[in-house]
Write a protein that binds this ligand. Structure first.
Ligand code: SAM
Length: 320
């Protein structure tokens, strides 16, 4: 068994600087926003895993159903010796893929959550001693430097996480990952699909309140890292469907008029009663749109699989 390798591609102070810049820009913008990557400290990653088990949160089960049925086909089409996974989290569903890829030598999980990466990586090398796991602590929206590993490469981006990027960010992101692929390498992309509004909203506003706690966790991160005085109890969790943009938005609505101090930024932020802070968009997709966005970056969609209820899609595309 080779030991788990963990590489931080950004120095600690770069993460700190990125959080400061995002909080300063986001809380002084109109409307106020915070990027979703800051949900995922150790507690946020744990809460996300709880979300994946909720009865209302269908995407994880739907994507697992597709992987159970199709991992063999994906493995045969990609012939990958290296699997790179962006936003890998617990790598739970990825095990299906890893076990189907008969020629696989190296798994490179990439995530901002160090706790999720090290926990998942440790379990993987214990269970599969033949596999080299080289975990990267990195922001997939930034410039990623992947380790030198044998090709062909399969790049997986599961969970519908691509929907958290706004359309312009998504185009930049797809162009940047295209540069990580050589001709013949493949991309496996998980996309949640447009469906009934009620089903979508319930997936982001569960009865047990776990998604609400996850949403408010971003305030706890800003409090801890930047010494701010957000009181999460003075905000309500909001999930709504934007039919024009075809995305779910998660917001935090201030229950009262209040001023939040962020001493590390020398900032005082006024919230009116009822004012909302956007914390996440989760875009939902259609086949034609995914095919066109991939084609625009030089990736040809070769396979499109959905779960039996047509809720979620996995697509495989090839770099030419
Ligand atoms: C919605 S979860 C999906 C996790 C897993 N892939 C799944 O399908 O269950 C998003 C994952 O992406 C990670 N993440 C979010 N934004 C990121 C970013 N900008 N760079 C790297 N990882 C990020 C989070 O830490 C989390 O593990």
């Amino acid at each position: 068994m080779s030991p788990l390798r963990v590489t931080r591609t950004l120095p600690e102070d770069a993460t700190d600087a990125a959080l400061r810049a995002d909080v300063l820009n986001g809380l002084t913008a109109t409307p106020k926003t915070l990027p979703p990557k800051w949900f995922y400290d150790a507690r946020g990653s744990e809460l996300f895993e709880e979300i994946t088990e909720l009865p209302e949160y269908y995407p994880t089960r739907a994507e697992r159903e597709i992987l159970l049925a199709r991992s063999g086909e994906i493995a045969a089409a990609s012939g990958a010796r290296t699997l790179v996974e962006l936003g890998s989290g617990s790598s739970e569903k990825t095990r299906l893929l890893i076990d189907a890829l008969t020629g696989l030598e190296v798994y490179v999980p990439v995530d901002v959550s160090e706790s999720a990466l090290t926990q998942a990586g440790q379990v993987l090398i214990e269970e599969r001693p033949w596999l080299t796991v080289h975990a990267l602590i990195a922001d997939f929206t930034g410039r990623m430097e992947l380790p030198e590993t044998p090709g062909p490469r399969l790049l997986a981006f599961l969970g519908g996480t691509i929907g958290n990027l706004l359309p312009a960010e998504r185009a930049r992101f797809l162009a940047s990952i295209r540069r990580l692929l050589a001709p013949g390498d493949t991309l496996l992309l998980g996309t949640d699909l447009v469906k009934d509004e009620e089903v979508l909203v319930r997936a982001y506003d569960d009865a047990a309140g776990v998604t609400a706690e996850f949403n408010k966790n971003v305030l706890a991160v800003v409090d801890r890292e930047l010494d701010a005085d957000f009181n999460p109890d003075s905000f309500d969790h909001v999930a709504l469907w934007d039919a024009d943009n075809e995305w779910i938005e998660m917001r935090l609505r201030s229950r009262v008029a209040q001023t939040v101090k962020v001493p590390a930024l020398d900032l005082a932020v006024d919230f009116a009663a009822g004012e909302e802070l956007r914390t996440e968009v989760s875009a939902k997709f259609r086949r034609a749109g995914v095919t066109a966005e991939l084609a625009a970056t030089g990736l040809e969609l070769t396979n499109w699989w959905t779960d039996s209820q047509g809720r979620f899609a996995l697509s495989l595309s090839m770099a030419r």
